[in-house]
Design a protein around this ligand. Structure first.
Ligand SMILES: Nc1nc2c(ncn2[C@@H]2O[C@H](COP(=O)(O)OP(=O)(O)OP(=O)(O)O)[C@@H](O)[C@H]2O)c(=O)[nH]1
Ligand SMILES: [Mg+2]
Length: 293
């Protein structure tokens, strides 16, 4: 037996590029990516299969100090990523100085398992800044191997992947070799819609939104989907819909295009908006949406 397999969990501050890296490894857009912090809310598995290996990557939410139940649950996903990792990827971006959470940082520096510290977005830096950042992080996290990378441009991504394979334990596969993720199809519908909302609405709106895909019905030539956009207050509902429905229409058109690419099939997407008062602080609602508190 010379098969390797294991869990490689990606953690770090918000917006550093964790999801971009995960997608680069997978070669598919599994995780949504935006320029806003707290884009990822769940722990999402992305599985890379080879003849003699299976790398099970976990994308996780960026580390923050939780202010409400939803964020608490997001940080529980991060915690769980420490528990089963065979290799820990700690991602920082160029210019970053510290992790906002002391306790998580201690877990990284005291880690018994291998830590790869990926210094991301080096396409935005020069040689001098890069050298000083590598020096900074090698004193801060002496137990880590440091790789400067650009997840966006694919720089050093292959090299990191080869190192991961070297570090993985001998083990049979954990998942069927044709499986790409642990999440159901509806999850990707929800996330695609949420990405468009993060892109097109300002301030608090995206953070007050959750998506629930009520119907996903695949026919020979088309997939029919119906999704609810949930907001916390009546005023937010109006903003989501926009003047004569124009804002909501744009979300629908853009999401449908991405979903057609993702599923490789024609998509019919029906969207509507509903108020679900304070869902972000309601444990029962959170459970319903897959935040297992
Ligand atoms: N210049 C540059 N930008 C990058 C790179 N990697 C990611 N980005 C950008 O950084 C932003 C955040 O990327 P994400 O992958 O969503 O970051 P994340 O760490 O998953 O963010 P959260 O899920 O909110 O914690 C996006 O605008 C990306 O395009 C990189 O290597 N270079
Ligand atoms: Mg993310």
């Amino acid at each position: 037996m010379s098969h390797k397999a294991g869990f490689v969990n990606i953690i770090g501050n918000p917006n550093v590029g964790k999801s971009t890296l995960m997608n680069a490894f997978i070669g598919e857009k599994l995780s949504i990516i935006t320029s806003k912090a707290q884009t990822t809310r769940h722990r999402i598995l992305g599985i890379v299969n080879g003849d003699d290996f299976q790398v099970i990557l976990s994308d996780t939410p960026g580390i923050i100090k939780p202010a409400y139940e939803l964020q608490q649950s997001m940080m529980d996903f991060v915690k769980s990523a420490f528990e089963d990792a065979d290799v820990l990827i700690y991602m920082v971006e160029i210019g970053e100085q510290e992790l906002k959470d002391e306790a998580f940082f201690k877990k990284i520096t005291n880690s018994k398992i291998p830590v790869l510290l990926l210094l991301n977005k080096i396409d935005k830096s020069d040689q001098e800044q890069l050298e000083s950042q590598v020096a900074l992080w090698s004193t801060k996290v002496p137990n880590a191997e440091i790789f400067p990378i650009s997840a966006l441009e694919g720089f050093n991504v292959k090299e990191v992947f080869s190192r991961i394979i070297e570090l993985l334990p001998m083990s049979p596969a954990f998942y069927p070799k044709d499986q790409l993720t642990d999440k159901p199809e509806r999850f990707f519908v929800n996330e695609t819609i949420r990405e468009k909302i993060l892109m097109h609405y300002k301030k608090e709106i995206p953070y007050a939104v959750e998506i629930d895909t009520e119907e996903f019905f695949e026919e020979d030539a088309i997939i029919r989907m119906r999704s609810v956009i949930m907001v916390e207050r009546e005023t937010q509902k109006g903003i989501i819909i926009g003047h004569k429905g124009s804002a909501l229409k744009r979300v629908g058109i853009e999401a449908r295009k991405d979903l057609e690419k993702f599923f490789g099939k024609q998509v019919h997407l029906e969207l509507y908006v509903k108020v679900n008062k304070n869902w972000r602080s309601n444990e029962r609602q959170l459970k319903r949406f897959g935040y297992n508190n």
